[in-house]
Design a protein around this ligand. Structure first.
Ligand code: SAH
Length: 237
C-alpha cells in the first residue's frame, strides 16, 4: 500500500506499522524506543510532495539539491546505535529533510542539527514544525564538520553524510562516555561505525555498509560563513 494525498491519517499509521514490521523488525532491530519513534513520526511530512507516494518505501528518496532522506531502516539503525534516551543531547551533521532529527526527538533527545544548504534547513524547519518536533530541535546553517562549539559538549553525535574520516571538531565536542555514529569511507560507499568514548579513548566498532551523500566541508554560502554560521530561528534584527 502506498500513501496517497487522498488518504487519511489512519492510512499513514497503517503504512508506518507495515514499515516498522517489514523493513525494520524483520531485519532484526528490536529497540522498542526506536520502533515506537519510527511509528510516531509521519515520514510523509518529510519528503517533497512529488515523492509522497513513496514516503514509506524501503529506500532513500531525493529531497532536492542533490541530497536524500535516508532509507527508514538506516534511520532506525543509526538511531538505535546512538542509544537515545530522554534528555540526551545530540549533535546531527546533515539535517537534510529533518526526519532523522524528528526520530531522535521522538525518542526524547534534544537535537542540535547543522545543514550547509540553507534551502534544506528551511525545508527541515517547515517539516519539523508540521510534525510537531521543532521545539526539541535547533537548526543551523553552517559547515557541520566544525561542530557546534557554543553548544558543546554533546552526549551523542550523528553524521548523516559520508566522510573519509571523523571530523576532529566532532571528537573534541563529544562528552565523556559519549557515542558517535558515522558513515565513513570513500565517495558513495561507506561503513557505518559506532565510536564509544571510554576513559579518554575512542573505541570503534564497524556495523554495516551503506551509501550516503558526501559530507562537503567548508563550502557554506559566504553570508553564513562570515557569521560563523547563522541560526535559522534567530532572524537578523
Ligand atoms: N539526516 C537527513 C539526511 C541527510 S542527507 C534526513 O533525515 O533527511 C545529508 C545532508 O548532509 C545533506 O542535506 C547535505 O547537504 C548535508 N551536508 C553535507 N555536507 C555537510 C556539511 N559539511 N555540513 C552540514 N551539512 C552537510
Amino acid at each position: 500500500m502506498k500513501w496517497r494525498r487522498s488518504r487519511g491519517p489512519d492510512d499513514a499509521v497503517r503504512l508506518r506499522q507495515e514499515m516498522v514490521e517489514q523493513q525494520i523488525r524483520r531485519r532484526g532491530l528490536r529497540d522498542e524506543l526506536v520502533l515506537k519513534a519510527m511509528l510516531a513520526v509521519p515520514r510523509h511530512l518529510f519528503v517533497p510532495a512529488e515523492w509522497i507516494g513513496e514516503a514509506y518505501g524501503d529506500h532513500a528518496l531525493p529531497i532536492g539539491h542533490g541530497q536524500t532522506i535516508s532509507q527508514p531502516y538506516i534511520v532506525a539503525l543509526m538511531t538505535s546505535l546512538l542509544e537515545p534516551a530522554p534528555g540526551v543531547r545530540v549533535l546531527e551533521i546533515g539535517t537534510g529533510s529533518g526526519y532523522q532529527a524528528a526520530v531522535l526527538a521522538a525518542c526524547g533527545a534534544r537535537v542540535w542539527s547543522i545543514e550547509r544548504i540553507p534551502e534544506l534547513t528551511e525545508f527541515a524547519r517547515r517539516n519539523l514544525a508540521a510534525a510537531g518536533y521543532l521545539e526539541r530541535v535547533r537548526l543551523r546553517v553552517a559547515d557541520g564538520s566544525k561542530g557546534w562549539p557554543q553548544e558543546a559538549p554533546f552526549d551523542r553525535v550523528i553524521l548523516t553524510a559520508g566522510a573519509p574520516d571523523l571530523p576532529e571538531a566532532v571528537v573534541d565536542q563529544l562528552a565523556a562516555g559519549g557515542l558517535i555514529v558515522a558513515p565513513l569511507g570513500s565517495y558513495g560507499l561507506q561503513t557505518i561505525y559506532r565510536y564509544r568514548e571510554t576513559a579518554g579513548r575512542l573505541e570503534r566498532e564497524a556495523i554495516e555498509g551503506a551509501r550516503f551523500v558526501p559530507l562537503i566541508e567548508s563550502e557554506v554560502r559566504s553570508s553564513a560563513k562570515e557569521q560563523g554560521g547563522k541560526e535559522e530561528e534567530r532572524k537578523e534584527p
